[in-house]
Design a protein around this ligand. Structure first.
Ligand code: GCB
Length: 581
């Protein structure tokens, strides 16, 4: 659960400047937390470092915390983290975009200082999510390569917290909502650290109690409920109290929204009404901070999404900071929540042939250990985000090699796991261009067809007439074969701001606009279409490549969030469309 300050819990934020070291011998550098470390320093040895780095600071435990349990929480350590109190290892975690904690009660004392060290490792292998490969250059340097198209930023990119909880406390809350005419139903389940009586209350946005119950689980009813709607968020608070007789020993407040999500035929329903997604695949990416969470960019990005008429986004290609999810909850933005399983695809190495040099799914490439890591990534994502009303669908992988042997065997248990962990939300994956409606082997396992396509960019470059035919043929094939809702989860064209032409010239601002318009013509001709997410919201950093100019330039906004010409065209299409198509 997200750490919160409540009547029974205290919270200290540990963000700021930490000592930073590559080797734990020299500590003369300082790094900002939260931020990826890569672009902070003018030192390629740090930027290109492969392996552990170390963050350190002194922390004083507030003197009033004696008798409480004391927890250290790291919101994200990309991709592996270790927490040390003085010299004692107290927690270790693999997976770069989900939080982990250490109970350090036995190692610290109220009022005393301790030395907190956090090790962060950025290595990616064939058993991590996302995967990667470490090679050694001719002159002996270790190099990290990977199959995904964004820079492998690493470090403590999100907040670090110290908090207190009473010995008997709430450990987990699950909320599932329903709508029964004008009544909202709230199924809740509370897990406590030890058996203890639990009381829950629902407070509306004015703080008025609208429902209450005793017990660690049950169903509450909210008469005359105000549902959470896209573009019209409304949140209730579930106030959970753990009791000892009449005394409240722990209290925790979980905000939630009452809404339903369902797929019916080729429709995607929110509160029983068809929803049409407009928006983007995004990235957590800004200059200097890399993937460091930044509330100023958070506010500004959501302002720009509102300005352009985006009602939704996908957390491509990893879980985003919890602040982002909560902001979406509060502002009525719809989220497709994605795991970091991007790059399970050796076919991309075969160029446009789509023929992998080795099979993607095999014991030597991506096998059982990869799948175990992937399952863990799904568990941690759902555990963290299950109560967010903004999250309407889980995306468990981006562009896996779903047309290859072994894809079905790899994915079937993961889809089952996702449904078991959350039977209430649809599940999807984003399909790569090599996976067609004819050769894809997994789409029937999922609820919504999310298709990534770049006709007019990687294929039929500069020839939008041919691209339009290819795209329509491709999408109609998927729609006809599966009879499921279909959305474009990626389409986009790299664009250098300021480059112009009267012809259909790739990289120009006019071309990006014409490319998007071509896609929209096709989408509007397909009945089962439920949405469009342009790739990408903003330009972002990638690893080096001959097809990248200081990163990926498919942003509708530049990396510093200025609109390219296409932004105005999208706004003209989306503002009247959002949610109402
Ligand atoms: C894709 C990937 C995305 C890339 C994009 C591109 O299909 O899902 O991560 O950035 O294409 O621009 O090539």
């Amino acid at each position: 659960m997200k750490p919160r300050s409540t009547a029974t819990r205290e919270l200290v934020n540990l963000d700021g400047l930490w000592r930073f070291s590559l080797d734990r011998d020299r500590w003369d550098l300082e790094a900002a937390v939260p931020a990826s470390y890569n672009d902070l320093f003018v030192d390629s040895a740090i930027r290109d470092h492969v392996g552990w780095v170390w963050y350190q600071r002194q922390v004083r435990v507030p003197r009033g915390w004696s008798g409480e349990d004391i927890i250290l929480r790291v919101d994200a350590a990309t991709h592996q983290g270790r927490i040390y109190v003085d010299d004692v290892l107290v927690a270790e975690h693999v997976g770069g975009y989900t939080p982990f904690e250490a109970d350090i009660t036995a190692h610290v004392s109220a009022g005393q200082e301790f030395r907190l060290t956090i090790g962060v490792n950025n290595e990616l292998t064939n058993t991590t999510i996302p995967p990667g490969t470490i090679t050694v250059t001719q002159d002996g340097r270790r190099r990290q390569t990977y199959l995904h198209d964004f820079y492998n930023y690493a470090g403590l990119a999100r907040s670090v917290w110290l908090y207190s909880v009473p010995a008997v406390h709430v450990q987990d809350i699950t909320v599932v909502t329903g709508l029964d005419a004008s009544t909202g139903t709230v199924e809740y389940a509370v897990r406590t650290s030890a058996p203890a009586p639990v009381r829950v209350r629902v407070l509306d946005a004015t703080g008025t109690e609208v429902a209450a119950a005793d017990g660690a689980g049950g169903t509450l009813r909210i008469p005359d409920v105000t549902p959470w709607r896209p573009g019209a968020a409304y949140l209730y608070d579930l106030l959970v109290e753990v009791l000892d007789g009449d005394r409240v020993v722990d209290s925790y407040t979980e905000p939630f929204g009452v809404r339903t999500v369902a797929v019916r035929g080729t429709e995607f329903l929110i509160n029983g009404e068809p929803f049409y997604f407009t928006g983007f695949g995004k990235h957590e990416d800004t200059p200097v901070r890399g993937k460091g969470h930044d509330n100023a960019y958070l506010v500004h990005d959501f302002q720009l999404m509102d300005w352009i008429g985006a009602n939704s986004f996908r957390t491509s290609h990893y879980p985003y900071a919890e602040e982002v999810m909560e902001f979406a909850d509060r502002h009525g933005i719809v989220v497709i929540d994605e795991t970091a399983a991007v790059g399970l695809n050796l076919a991309v190495q075969g160029g446009l042939t789509g023929v992998p040099p080795q099979p993607t799914f095999s014991p030597e490439t991506f096998g059982e250990a990869t799948r175990d890591a992937h399952a863990q990534a799904i568990r941690e994502l759902i555990a963290r985000d299950k109560n967010h009303p903004s999250v309407v669908m889980w995306c468990i992988a981006n562009e896996p090699s779903s047309h290859e042997d072994g894809a079905r065997e790899y994915f079937e248990p993961l889809v089952e796991l996702t449904r078991k962990l959350d039977p209430t939300r649809p599940v999807c994956y984003a399909a790569v261009i090599f996976a067609t409606h004819e050769n894809d082997r997994i789409a029937d396992l999922f609820d919504v067809l999310c298709i990534n396509r770049y006709y007019g960019w990687y294929v039929a470059t500069g020839d939008l007439a041919t691209a339009e035919m290819y795209l329509e043929h491709d999408l109609r094939g998927w729609a006809a074969r599966h009879g499921k809702p279909i959305m474009m989860s990626e389409y986009g064209a790299d664009t250098m701001p300021g480059l112009h032409a009267v012809w259909d010239t790739p990289w120009t601002e006019e071309y990006q606009q014409a490319y998007l318009e071509m896609n929209h013509r096709v989408f509007d001709r397909i009945d089962a279409f439920i949405g469009e997410h342009v790739w990408n919201f903003a330009d972002f950093q990638t690893s080096h490549g001959i097809h990248r100019v200081d990163g990926n330039k498919k942003g509708v906004f530049t990396r510093d969030r200025r609109p390219k010409a296409a932004a105005h065209a999208l706004r003209a299409r989306w503002k009247p469309l959002a949610g109402r198509k």
